[in-house]
Write a protein that binds this ligand. Structure first.
Ligand code: NAD
Ligand code: TYD
Length: 380
């Protein structure tokens, strides 16, 4: 079967990648989606159970650092688009083991860029109709001041202003033009990969795009990250380790809204451009944790708030960035994207999903999910 487009999604078995793969496989039956994932601890093929037998979906277990394999896949599948999400993504792990982050995030991205350059430059039409879309994070911009700890009315108007909780904790925001100033080994490695992607445009003319998104939440997130970890701990009445005073601010976006933005930008974004993606939805960690506790309690039929005593303040994360806040006005104005969910709805949906999918969670926490590839794919 001939496909209209052949798109590699790297890291498709991870949290955000699985939502991107699902969206593209369902929405574009005329595209072939090739999910290239090494299946590290963060990769879980059960995240894609519902699409694994689709005729326009292919899974390849491979490491993006394996340059020869990347080159082979590009020409084998006549790839004309790459949506690059594969990365080591957890800040706490990067503090313990920065080398793995440099290897995958920097060298892996470079290996993919170089393989794409060689393949696309070998074609008669060259870079025409091609796209290398790199998914990055707001953490590359560093940290903002928390000048208004009680929160202020934000200085922007967006449709997200209907959020019940709608405030900013400072006057400054990350804009597309904000100078990079990463602090953690994770954000330093992502910043470096962003620079390589832009260098491939500026040096070779590769049609690249970079987007920087705020913290995502939603189904299928690995339970080392704040929200799924805490939902699971509350369920099992285990302590909730709050770093420092819980005063750090993050800007949260529902993962399917990120996937929709990726779809829009992949198709309509301007080559060589950068877009910030975020929902104008800042929360102090301690406030979000209280909302999560109340929601879990209510949905489990417990008395709302009875698990507040699980909150346990622990030693702060080293170099813990104080505040992230994305200004996504450019994306909203130029491409008409906007977040679809109010945060309260998104959190309710998310908590419900984790509680309804306890088997998924148990599979991940027991390590059984790592056997999925062997049972489903090894002998295909
Ligand atoms: P994740 O950790 O859930 O998934 C990463 C995926 O990449 C996993 O499936 C893993 O197996 C795969 N992978 C890792 N190393 C690989 C390698 N060497 N070769 C091939 N595959 C490899 O991450 P996520 O939270 O889904 O994030 C995806 C991307 O989005 C990352 O680039 C991250 O920096 C970026 N991002 C994440 C957030 C967030 O809140 N999670 C926000 C903004 C940007
Ligand atoms: P995390 O989900 O790791 O995302 P990121 O570090 O990329 O923002 O953490 C979100 C916030 O929650 C961050 O400020 C660190 C904090 N945090 C805790 O307080 N306790 C925890 O156990 C975790 C995992 C995070």
């Amino acid at each position: 079967m001939d496909f209209k487009r052949n798109i590699i999604v790297t890291g498709g078995a991870g949290f955000i990648g699985s939502h991107v793969v699902r969206l593209f496989v369902n929405k574009y039956p005329e595209y072939r989606i090739i999910n290239v994932d090494k299946l590290t601890y963060a990769g879980n093929l059960a995240n894609l159970k519902d699409v694994e037998d689709r005729p326009n979906y292919v899974f390849v277990k491979a490491d993006i650092c394996d340059f020869d394999k990347m080159a082979e896949l590009l020409s084998q599948y006549h790839v004309d688009g790459i949506i690059h999400l594969a990365a080591e993504s957890h800040v706490d792990r990067s503090i313990k083991d920065p080398f793995t982050f440099a290897r995958t995030n920097v060298l892996g991205t470079l290996s993919l860029l170089q393989a794409a350059k060689n393949y696309w430059e070998s074609l008669p039409e060259g870079y025409e109709g091609k796209r290398f879309y790199h998914i990055s994070t707001d953490e590359v911009y560093g940290a903002l001041e928390l000048t208004h700890p009680e929160g202020i009315e934000p200085p922007y108007t967006t449709t997200a202003s209907s959020n019940q909780h709608h405030m900013a904790y400072g006057e400054e925001f990350f804009h597309e033009t904000t100078k990079y100033n990463p602090h953690s080994p994770y954000s330093a490695s992502k910043a470096s990969s962003d620079h390589f992607v832009r260098a491939f445009h500026d040096t070779y003319g590769m049609p690249t795009i970079v987007t920087n998104c705020s913290n995502n939440y939603g189904p299928y997130q690995f339970p080392e990250k704040l929200i799924p970890l805490f939902i699971n701990n509350i369920r099992h009445r285990k302590p909730l380790p709050v770093y420092g005073k819980g005063e750090n601010v993050r800007d949260w976006l529902y993962v399917e809204d990120h996937a929709r933005a990726i779809d829009l930008i992949f198709h309509q974004g301007k080559v060589a451009d950068t877009y910030n993606i975020g929902g104008f939805n800042e929360w102090k960690n301690i406030d979000i944790i209280k909302v999560v506790i109340k929601t879990v309690d209510r949905l489990l039929g417990r008395q709302e708030g009875e698990d507040m005593d699980l909150i346990t303040y622990v030693t702060d994360r080293k170099g813990h960035d104080l505040r992230y806040a994305i200004d996504s006005t450019k994306l909203q104005k130029e491409l008409g994207w906007e977040p679809s969910l109010q945060f309260e709805e998104g959190i309710e949906k998310t908590v419900r999903w984790y509680l309804d999918n306890q088997a998924w969670m148990d599979n991940v926490t027991s390590g059984d999910y790592q056997k999925y590839y062997d049972s489903m794919y090894k002998n295909r």
